[in-house]
Ligand binder design. Structure first.
Ligand SMILES: Nc1ncnc2c1ncn2[C@@H]1O[C@H](COP(=O)(O)OP(=O)(O)OP(=O)(O)O)[C@@H](O)[C@H]1O
Ligand SMILES: [Mg+2]
Length: 259
C-alpha cells in the first residue's frame, strides 16, 4: 500500500502559548506538498511538532503514518517509522562523525541482524556524496561542525538520500544555497521521488519550486493552513506577496500573535 501520512486537527503549544491551531494535511506517497507563509506563522513549529521535539506540547489532533499513531511514538521511534526532518537550523554535534551518524541512522531503521555492512555503507555514501558534489572529507568531519550554511543543507539531503525515509520534511532547505547547490539539492530530492515516499517542503521562494514541482501548495498563517492550491499559487505569491491572501480572508496580523 502506498504511504499515507495524515495530520488531523493538530494543535501545539510552547510554554502555554498555542502556536499550531488545527492543522489538517493529507500526504500520500508520490506527492510533494509545499508550505509557504510569512515569517512567524508556525511552519517550523509544525515540522518540530511532527518529529516530536520535546519543547512543543501537542494539545489536540492526530497524526498517522500508514495507520500508526505517530504522536504516541518517541522521537527515535518516529524516525524508525520513516519520518525525516531536515531542520531549518541543523544542529552541530561534536564527537560524532558524519559517517558514524549516517550508519547508525540507517541501521536504526533496519531489523537486528540486517544492518548494512561497512563496505556497502561506504560505497553507498561515496556514491551519494558524489551525486551531491560533496568533498569526501565531509564523511569524517563532526556532524555539521563548522559546516557552512550551504554545506549543512547539502548534508541534510545526503542524510535523506541514505536513510530513505517514507515522509520527508524539508524546512527551508534552499536557504543559504548558491544557485548551483540549489540545483544539486533539487536533483537529490527529485531522485528520491517515488510512490512510497511523500514530501512536505517548507520554503519562502518559488525559486526552489522551479526545480521541485509540487503537487500542492499550502499557505500558512496564524498557525493554520489558510489556503491551498497547485503550483500556480506559489507563482502568484512570488509575484504579489501575501497581502491579497490576507485581504481575501480578512486576516490583519498573519503571525501566530500573542495570547
Ligand atoms: N521554542 C520557542 N519558544 C518561544 N517561542 C517560540 C518557540 N518556537 C517558536 N516560537 C514562536 O512561534 C511562532 C512561530 O514560529 P515558527 O518558527 O514556527 O515560524 P515559521 O513560520 O517557521 O517562521 P520563519 O518563516 O521565520 O522560519 C513565532 O512567533 C516564534 O517566536
Ligand atoms: Mg521556520
Amino acid at each position: 500500500m502506498a504511504t499515507q501520512f495524515k495530520i488531523d486537527g493538530l494543535k501545539a503549544s510552547i510554554e502555554g502559548k498555542e502556536i499550531l491551531k488545527g492543522i489538517n494535511l493529507d500526504i500520500k506517497g508520490g506527492e510533494i506538498h509545499a508550505i509557504m507563509g510569512p515569517n512567524g506563522t508556525g511552519k517550523s513549529t509544525l515540522a518540530s511538532a511532527l518529529m516530536g521535539h520535546p519543547k512543543y506540547e501537542v494539545t489536540d489532533g492526530q497524526v498517522q503514518l500508514d495507520g500508526e499513531d505517530v504522536l504516541d511514538m518517541a522521537v527515535d521511534e518516529r524516525a524508525r517509522a520513516g519520518l525525516f526532518l531536515a531542520m531549518q537550523y541543523p544542529s552541530e554535534i561534536t564527537g560524532v562523525t558524519n559517517s558514524d551518524f549516517l550508519r547508525s541512522a540507517i541501521n536504526a531503521r533496519r531489523e537486528e541482524g540486517k544492518e548494512i555492512s561497512l563496505i556497502k555503507f561506504i560505497r553507498l555514501m561515496e556514491s551519494k556524496m558524489k551525486e551531491l558534489d560533496m568533498n569526501a572529507e565531509f564523511a569524517h568531519r563532526y556532524l555539521n561542525e563548522g559546516f557552512s550554511g550551504g554545506e549543512k543543507k547539502r548534508n541534510e539531503i545526503l542524510q535523506m538520500m541514505m536513510i530513505e525515509p517514507k515522509i520527508v520534511i524539508l524546512d527551508e532547505i534552499d536557504s543559504g544555497l548558491d544557485i548551483d547547490a540549489l540545483k544539486i539539492v533539487a536533483n537529490g530530492v527529485n531522485s528520491m521521488r517515488s510512490e512510497d515516499r511523500g514530501f512536505l517542503i517548507i520554503t519562502h521562494y518559488q525559486r526552489l519550486l522551479d526545480y521541485i514541482t509540487p503537487d500542492y501548495v499550502h499557505v500558512m498563517m496564524q498557525g493554520r493552513i489558510v489556503k491551498s492550491g497547485g503550483p500556480e499559487l506559489a507563482e502568484r505569491l512570488e509575484n504579489e506577496g501575501y497581502d491579497w491572501v490576507k485581504e481575501e480572508l480578512g486576516i490583519e496580523d498573519e503571525t501566530v500573535g500573542q495570547v
